[in-house]
Design a protein around this ligand. Structure first.
Ligand code: ATP
Ligand code: MN
Length: 476
């Protein structure tokens, strides 16, 4: 018989039909009731086993074992479910020794422990909810852009441009580590390398996306990016996914509107399509909050927070205003900030979180950052000091989006590149967009895992990507 997904049985109120179901045993009570899960939804299907079933078969129905069941969907006698399956026959697909099963060894395994068994953590309610949500969010992002006529552009993963995060990149090379070919000066001779030059894993698809936008008008990328920054924080990964729209003819205000629309769209989408998973994560968070001291508890539950963000306009302030708010804050006056506050600093995560969590209590878009702390391609404002940058700060996360209106004026752009020692000749391909039919344009980067953190209410970025890569960690 063809397999039916558990979700389809539970969603369907009808009964008195035969099915085959397959899945993993979540629990087995009284030698009679199996809670079966196949990952299609949060809920388990109750399987009722005949009392006279063979002893040796019953012994093999352990937590974690995989089974196939043929039976009849019937109205449930018990509380907690509308329908259940009365088993006619059970086949063990894969045994699972409960004495050795890592998920069985701990009573309530912590998130930290589950990271050590990340290859199995999909089997828990929490992680299956997270990864169903992650999938939904990826789909919603593509739908958002597709519905607006954007072209999904695949920018390269291997790149020779090192203009952005110099020193933070992973090198891609086939040269022998031990004894690489040398040039006259004794340096590594990359002319002999696979691509005939030095190449790295990309830190962003933006520069290439700009080239696409200069013909297709509206493009976006959604791909993996790599940063070898040694920041072991709960918000940084060495390998993460980024969504980068780039739009011709948009200015910084259009850019802010697009980012706000995108975030609200995906929140709305997940509330509409992943309610069961969100309800579970909401409840999980409420339980966790109970363990915290009163003054550290968050003011809103997860779903409440998402609905609040959905229905309120993001605050929009300039960097200068942000600095002034911080300087006026009780936290600053009581010297609660670890890092100093003055005009010109790069906002630290503690500053960002003060602005969103304590001051505005909602997402904040900060614009007009000092040019010295931002990338060369951001459009210079008339004040000569700031650029048309925009960061979106989210409660519990800090920076979730970083973007800008791009400098489309060739003279201003090359001048800035010279100041920042970025070789203009190697970047001729980028500068060509400014030579041949330049137009104002803008874009941003949304960190996908930061978005998943925000929507799931998880607090460590390692818990929202299936296989996290962080300094000293690339297991599985
Ligand atoms: P941060 O200051 O938090 O390190 P950034 O300023 O380096 O971020 P951008 O270069 O603007 O970040 O990248 C765009 C977006 O990509 C960020 O807003 C963030 O959502 C995400 N992002 C950046 N670095 C990482 C990382 N190491 N791991 C996960 N997401 C990241
Ligand atoms: Mn950074």
């Amino acid at each position: 018989m063809k397999r039916t997904k558990i979700k389809d049985i539970l969603l369907n109120d009808s009964f008195d039909y035969k099915v085959n179901v397959k899945g993993w045993v979540r629990s087995f009570r009284n030698n009679q009731f199996v809670a079966l899960n196949d990952g299609s939804c949060m809920g388990n299907l109750q399987i009722v086993i005949e009392l006279n079933t063979d002893e040796t078969l019953l012994k093999r129905i352990t937590n974690g074992a995989s089974i196939s069941v043929d039976g009849m969907v019937v109205q449930s006698q018990g509380k907690g479910q509308k329908v259940e399956v009365k088993a006619d026959s059970i086949e063990i697909l894969g045994d699972c020794d409960p004495e050795k099963f890592p998920l069985q060894l701990k009573n309530k395994p912590s998130l930290e422990y589950l990271r050590e068994v990340a290859h199995l953590r999909f089997r828990t309610n929490t992680f299956s909810a997270i990864f169903r949500l992650r999938h939904s969010l990826a789909y919603a992002i593509h739908k958002f852009f597709n519905d607006r006529g954007f072209v999904y552009l695949h920018t390269p993963i291997i790149t020779a441009s090192d203009a952005e995060g110099a020193g933070e990149m992973f090198r891609v090379s086939t040269l022998p580590f031990e004894n690489p070919p040398r040039d006259e000066d004794g340096g590594v001779n990359y002319k002999e390398d696979f691509f005939g030059r030095c190449t790295n894993l990309t830190v962003s698809g933006q520069l290439e996306a700009e080239l696409g936008a200069m013909a297709l008008s509206e493009v976006y990328t959604f791909g993996p990016t790599f940063r070898a920054e040694n920041s072991n924080t709960p918000r940084h990964l060495a390998e993460f996914w980024m969504i980068e729209p780039e739009v011709a003819f948009n200015d910084i205000y259009d850019n802010m509107d697009l980012a706000e629309d995108l975030l609200k769209y995906v929140i709305e989408y997940s509330l509409a399509h992943n309610k069961e998973d969100l309800d579970f994560l909401n409840q999980r968070l409420i339980e966790e909050e109970k363990l915290k001291p009163m003054n550290e508890r968050s003011e809103m539950a997860l779903i409440e927070k998402l609905e609040f963000v959905l229905h309120n306009k993001f605050e929009r302030i300039t960097y200068t205003e942000a600095i002034n708010i911080l300087l006026e804050s009780p936290a600053y006056k009581k010297k609660k900030f670890q890092y100093d506050v003055k005009w010109g600093i790069d906002l630290q995560s503690e500053h960002e979180r003060y602005l969103v969590e304590k001051h505005f209590k909602k997402p904040v878009i900060v614009t007009g950052y000092p040019k010295d702390i931002k990338a060369f391609y951001m459009r210079q404002n008339d004040d000569g000091k700031t650029v048309a940058a925009m960061d979106i700060l989210a409660p519990g996360i800090g920076e979730i989006v970083g973007g800008s209106q791009r400098e489309e004026r060739l003279d201003k752009l090359t001048e800035r590149m010279h100041e920042m020692h970025i070789p203009t000749d190697e970047m001729y391909w980028y500068l060509d967009t400014r030579r041949f039919g330049a137009v104002p344009h803008a874009g941003f980067g949304l960190g996908f895992e930061r978005l998943v953190l925000f929507i799931t209410g998880m607090t460590n970025i390692r818990d929202v990507i299936p296989f996290p890569r962080t300094p000293k960690n690339a297991d599985f």
